[in-house]
Design a protein around this ligand. Structure first.
Ligand code: ZN
Length: 275
């Protein structure tokens, strides 16, 4: 198959493969670019939902916490009216980039994925070591004890809003698992991301413009420690200047090529070792 990647990109991918082969704990930060390749509109940037429709209020979580019953009534009304973003997520399938990350994990070359995406596609592609730092749209969560349920396992009774936690003894209110504006990142998710970043000896960003904190802080923190930073993104980002290797391509093209390059280099090394 003729590669669509130009020579400079292929060289960058071979260099990235060599770094991943030398590393024991590679951590990936994945962003909206990966979801976009599965047909899910992005929030920011050209044509993004927020660019065309305006950003949601920054006090979303405050509004929810002040009157969760009203918030739930609005959410259910919106769902009845049809939500194009929700529909695009429900129709989306994992792409070659998601599958390649899961494959890298299976090969022992990728320790953890921190995803800013809420669409469940990493999990569906088979990623096991995963932190969804902004939650998962297909799940529900108790705001008090943090227990989560797949949405279909937690039916909402419209006559009894807001829904309450199903954990015995917990009086918490249940909301969608997606982290709202103004809502703190779950402490266990943040702790896991910090621990994985601390262990990283290679850090790769994929399809992220790296402007949303705290997620954007992880690659910066790793790079500051001298950990090799690989950027896979079609456009320049604020992280580009920090990156040791830049792969200017979509994840669905770059990551399968990265898997192939690692396999080639492994096979070559094995051939030399047995000669
Ligand atoms: Zn609870």
């Amino acid at each position: 198959m003729e590669s669509v990647l130009d020579d400079a990109t292929q060289t960058a991918i071979r260099n990235a493969a060599a770094v991943l082969l030398r590393s024991r704990h590679t951590v990936v930060l994945a962003g909206a670019g990966m979801s976009k390749e599965s047909g899910i509109p992005t929030f920011r940037g050209e044509g993004g939902i927020w660019t065309t429709q305006g950003e949601p209020p920054l006090n979303q979580y405050e509004t929810f916490a002040a009157d969760p019953k009203r918030w739930w009534e609005r959410r259910l009304a919106e769902a009845r009216a049809g939500n194009p973003f929700g529909a695009s997520i429900e129709a989306a399938e994992p792409n070659d980039g998601h599958r390649a990350l899961a494959e890298l994990e299976g090969m022992g070359r990728l320790a953890h994925v921190i995803s800013q995406n809420i669409d469940n596609l990493h999990r569906r592609a088979g990623q096991r070591s995963l932190t969804e730092i902004h939650g998962n749209r297909l799940w529900m969560r108790c705001v008090r004890c943090g227990t989560r349920w797949p949405r279909e396992e937690f039916p909402v009774d419209e006559a009894d809003l807001p829904p309450r936690c199903a954990t015995p003894g917990c009086p918490g209110i249940v909301k969608g698992d997606t982290v709202m504006f103004g809502e703190p990142i779950l402490p266990f998710a943040l702790a896991r991301c910090e621990a994985e970043t601390g262990l990283a000896d290679c850090f790769m960003t994929v399809g992220t413009s790296a402007v949303v904190y705290p997620a954007a802080a992880f690659p910066i923190e790793a790079a500051r420690r001298g950990v090799p930073l690989i950027e896979v993104n079609p456009e320049e980002t604020p992280l580009t200047a920090l990156a040791d290797i830049v792969v200017r391509a979509a994840s669905g093209e770059a990551l399968p090529a990265l898997v192939a390059a690692i396999q080639e280099q492994q096979a070559a090394a094995h051939g030399e070792g047995t000669r």
